[in-house]
Write a protein that binds this ligand. Structure first.
Ligand code: PLP
Length: 225
């Protein structure tokens, strides 16, 4: 389909990729070292299809049930697509999550690790996981305490689960840069290469501070209800 809508999904995707590239180069980084994850939560197939058509291959969701309702069909005959779980995960959904997703960004507690480990073993399907860190020490948000990263990492590796890196969501009402810098330092301290940080409002800052995976939703899909 030919379209000339300057604000269509393909144009928004091109714009975001260009901004990621610009931020990476500004920091002396290779743009290819940053992966864009398109967060499609609340959007359905008609909104997602145009981004797939425009070349986006990696998507993310924050709820198991919602992902189960749309992605199996979207992924049919498209082996190149990847799906990331970025939302908080209940242990009783671990089995479904391991079946549906290719990576988990919200590993934040031993009980979830145990459930994921069991599901991965049963399905013989081992997903790389990011440890989500409660970087702003906010009680209501997910994420493990900074002091618990090492133990969670050790336990995961003992279970044969690959820890890809750290993930965090900075407090909404604060300047995000110091939190991104802290997460980058923590990843380095723990010998982890992956940094899942940066959303629509702050992904360029995150890329300048070392993000390897940015999770962008509304800037690609438009505002959510
Ligand atoms: C919704 C969500 C995003 C994307 O947020 P936008 O501000 O729409 O880009 C990123 N990460 C997580 C964990 C989310 O839940």
């Amino acid at each position: 389909m030919m379209t000339s809508d300057p604000h269509g999904p393909a144009d928004r995707l091109a714009d975001i990729l260009e901004r990621i590239g610009g931020a990476a180069r500004l920091a002396g980084r290779n743009p290819a070292d940053v992966t864009l994850i398109a967060i499609s939560k609340t959007f359905d197939a008609p909104d997602i299809e145009p981004l797939i058509a425009a070349g986006q291959t990696r998507f993310g969701e924050n709820r198991v049930q919602e992902a189960a309702g749309k992605w199996p069909e979207l992924r049919e005959d498209r082996p190149g697509l990847m799906l990331d779980m970025v939302g908080s995960l209940q242990s009783n959904k671990a089995d479904d999550a391991v079946r549906l997703f290719d990576s988990i960004h919200s590993l934040d507690r031993p009980s979830l690790l145990k459930a994921l480990g069991k599901a991965m073993k049963q399905q013989d399907r081992y997903l790389p996981c990011f440890i989500q860190v409660d970087i702003g020490e906010e009680e209501q948000k997910g994420g493990c305490a900074i002091a618990d990263i090492a133990e969670l990492k050790r336990a995961a590796e003992g279970d044969g689960i690959e820890i890809a890196g750290l993930m965090a969501i900075p407090p909404v009402d604060r300047e995000p840069a110091p939190y991104f810098a802290l997460l980058a330092k923590l990843a380095k301290d723990h010998g982890l290469a992956g940094l899942s940080m940066g959303m629509s409002g702050d992904f360029e800052t995150a890329v300048q501070l070392g993000a390897t995976h940015v999770r962008v939703g509304s800037a690609l899909f438009g505002a959510r209800d």
